[in-house]
Write a protein that binds this ligand. Structure first.
Ligand SMILES: *Cc1c(COP(=O)(O)O)cnc(C)c1O
Length: 461
């Protein structure tokens, strides 16, 4: 026995050490462990664990990321992973995360108070800056989100024209406004059906859905319903099915159809306003709407929205006129200061030229990656908004129906490889990526290198 003990003791010791050392090596902790733990808690407290659906990453087979901070082009999660960020809060952060001047303006305002329920001079300042940039916005009303801006603009268009019908584009996103959450009917120009439970047919019965870039469909809808149409609402450059630009003459033709029928043309520039050009898509493309919806960049990362346009129409909004619309936090001074500072920086520098250079670099790089990997991709861009569509054969996407033909499994793989490699893009094929003024050539080149690996992986799905 003592002999055996002399053998056993070291053997046990060795075994214990071995197991311990094995324990050290395995199992590897997930690099997203803290996000995963928070997401588990969040799912108990909030539907899907999120405050807005796209943040769940559900469609790309990943858990939501929980973010600790953002700085310039980078976003850092609670596990300490850093990503080159192309989500950029879905558009507002054209200057990048945590811009010092925006931070200082908000900090200064908050030291004076955060909301008054009375007028503040900053509303006038931001309104004047917007009109200076977009002359068609003769008067403006500030609200708290893009959704609210659109909802109010539709009410105003109906109040002004005394008509009920609204024409929208299939796949066009204007926030979660009831009457615009519609799917196209079976024909090209039929009344829409609710695309979400909770919306009565009677609400979407007044919405007509046509395909973007399909002029005959627009002509048909006006031939059938012209005198009943209050407004056509469209993103002048589609951004919420991914980036799709209007074909030459399309918006001009919509402008003429509206005028001839006495209907209003509403541009939803919540995404494109101050993004594609200092005077928005309307300035870039030279087509003037009657009403414009804004949000995102004009709030510099704080919650904001606005609608504005022709003086004769805007003067119908209460209390100047009878069309009711109000808001406790509307024109919030913190949001106004963030917006004023952002627009001022956009005016004073060559930011739009730099964004174009960065956008072109990324576009060319993604195209080359696609060629190098024989991955069919259509890279579509306007300035600093860009979407690589995994379309069949890499054909151009002109509208929503085309976007729906994209390979979403390939996109999901592409997303995952980028994420694991330190690049965050929107977790959906049907979104625009946003480049900020803070993204450097180095950031973009790193993105392109990783995108090539990601496309190679996507090809294997
Ligand atoms: C983001 C967006 C909206 C909705 O704005 P919220 O502030 O999210 O309500 C509306 N229209 C367009 C074109 C948008 O991109």
């Amino acid at each position: 026995m003592p002999l055996l003990g002399r053998f056993l003791q070291p053997a046990i010791l060795f075994a214990a050490c071995y197991t311990l050392s094995m324990k050290k090596k395995t199992p590897p902790v997930s690099r997203y462990a803290k996000s995963e733990a928070l997401f588990a808690k969040a799912r108990d407290l909030m539907p899907g664990g999120v405050s807005s659906p796209v943040r769940s990453f559900k469609s790309v087979g990943r858990d939501a990321l929980f973010i600790q901070s953002g700085e310039g082009p980078a976003i850092i999660d609670v596990d300490g992973n850093s990503y080159i960020d192309y989500v950029m809060s879905y558009g507002p952060l054209i200057l990048g995360h945590s811009h010092p001047a925006v931070q200082a303006a908000v900090a200064k305002q908050i030291s004076h108070g955060s909301s008054f329920g009375c007028c503040s001079a900053s509303e006038i300042e931001l309104a004047a800056m917007i009109r200076q940039a977009m002359p068609a916005v003769e008067m403006i009303r500030f609200v708290n989100s893009g959704t609210e801006a659109v909802m109010s603009a539709l009410r105003l268009a109906r109040g002004f024209t005394g008509r009920s019908l609204i024409v929208k584009m299939a796949g066009g996103y204007h926030g979660h406004v009831d009457s615009l959450l519609v799917q196209a009917g079976s024909g090209a120009t039929t009344h829409g059906h609710p695309s979400s439970p909770g919306i009565p047919e009677s609400v979407t019965a007044n919405t007509l859905v046509i395909a973007f870039n399909d002029l005959p469909a627009a002509q048909e809808v006006f031939t059938k319903f012209g005198p009943q149409i209050a407004a056509v609402i469209t993103e002048p450059i589609m951004g919420n099915i991914g980036v799709v630009t209007p074909q030459a003459g399309y918006l001009e033709a919509l402008r003429k159809l509206c005028e001839a029928a006495g209907a209003l043309l509403i541009f939803d520039e919540v995404m494109t306003g101050f993004r594609v050009h200092p005077s928005g898509a309307q300035g870039l493309l030279g087509v003037t709407p009657d009403l414009t919806c804004l949000g995102k960049i004009i709030g510099g990362g704080l919650p904001v929205g606005a609608y504005g346009g022709r003086r004769d129409i805007m003067n119908l909004v209460s209390p100047a006129g009878p069309v009711y619309q109000a808001g406790t936090l509307s024109g919030n001074p913190l949001a106004m200061q963030a917006g004023i500072t952002t627009l001022r920086l956009l005016q004073e520098t060559d930011i739009y030229q730099r964004l174009e250079v960065s956008g072109k670099l990324l576009e060319d790089g993604l195209q080359q990656s696609a060629q190098a990997t024989s991955c069919p991709v259509s890279v579509q861009r306007c300035g600093s908004m860009i979407t690589p569509f995994f379309s069949p054969g890499g054909t151009a996407v002109k509208n929503y129906a085309d976007a729906l033909t994209c390979d979403q499994a390939a996109f999901a793989k592409f997303f995952q490889v980028l994420l694991d490699g330190g690049v965050l893009i929107p977790p959906s094929q049907f979104e625009a990526w946003f480049i900020s003024a803070a993204h450097t050539e180095k950031d973009i080149k790193k993105t392109i290198t990783l995108a090539e690996q990601a496309m190679r992986a996507a090809m294997r799905t």
